[in-house]
Design a protein. Sequence first.
Length: 214
Amino acid sequence: MKKEMMQKIRGGLKTHFVDSTAMLAASNPIFAGLETMILGMSDEISINARLLATGLFYGGEGFLVSKGRDIYRKLVKVNENTKESLQQLHDTIYMGSFCLLTTPAFYYAAGSRDLKEIVGGTVLSTLFGLTSGGLIGYAIDAYRDLTGIKESPRIPNMVKDMSPKMKLGLVTVLTAASIALTAGIYAITSDKKQETPIEKQNIERIVNYNPSSK
C-alpha cells in the first residue's frame, strides 16, 4: 500500500513537472514579445513576470491549470479522440477564462504598479489565451506523450514511432529552443538607457565646446 502511494505521488509530481514545462515552453516566448513589443514594458518587469510565472507554475499553478483543463474537458465531454477543432475550441475557452481571472494579480506581484500596464497585460493575456489556448493544450498532450505519461492520438505517427530516448531528446530540444527564443526577444528589445538632466547638460557642454572661445 505504501509503495503504491509513493508511486502515485511520484507519478503526480512527474505529470505536474511535464505539464508545467509544456505550458511555459509554449507561452513564455509569446508573452515576452507581447509585453516588451506591444505593451512597452521594460525588460526588467517582463523578465520578472516570466520568472514569476515559471516559479508559480512549478510551485503549483501549473498543476491547477492542467488539472482544471482535465476537469473542464470532462465536463464538456471532450477527450483526445474528439474532433480536433472541438478540442482546440474548448482549450481556447478554458485558457482565455483562466488568463482573464488571474492576470491582474499576477502583474501586480511581478512589480507593475501602472494601471495601464496591468489592464493592458490582462487584455493581452486574455487574448493570448483565446488565440493560443489550443497551442498550450496541444503542448500539454504532446509533452505527456513524449515523456511516456500518456499516449495521445494527436501526435504525428512519425513522432509516435520514435524511441523513448529520442522522444525525451525532442522534449529537451523544444524546451531549450523556447528558452533561447525568449532570451533572443529580450536581446533585441533591451532597454535604452535614459539620460538624466545632468548627463544631458554634460553632453551639451561637450557638443558646444569651442576652444577658440577661451
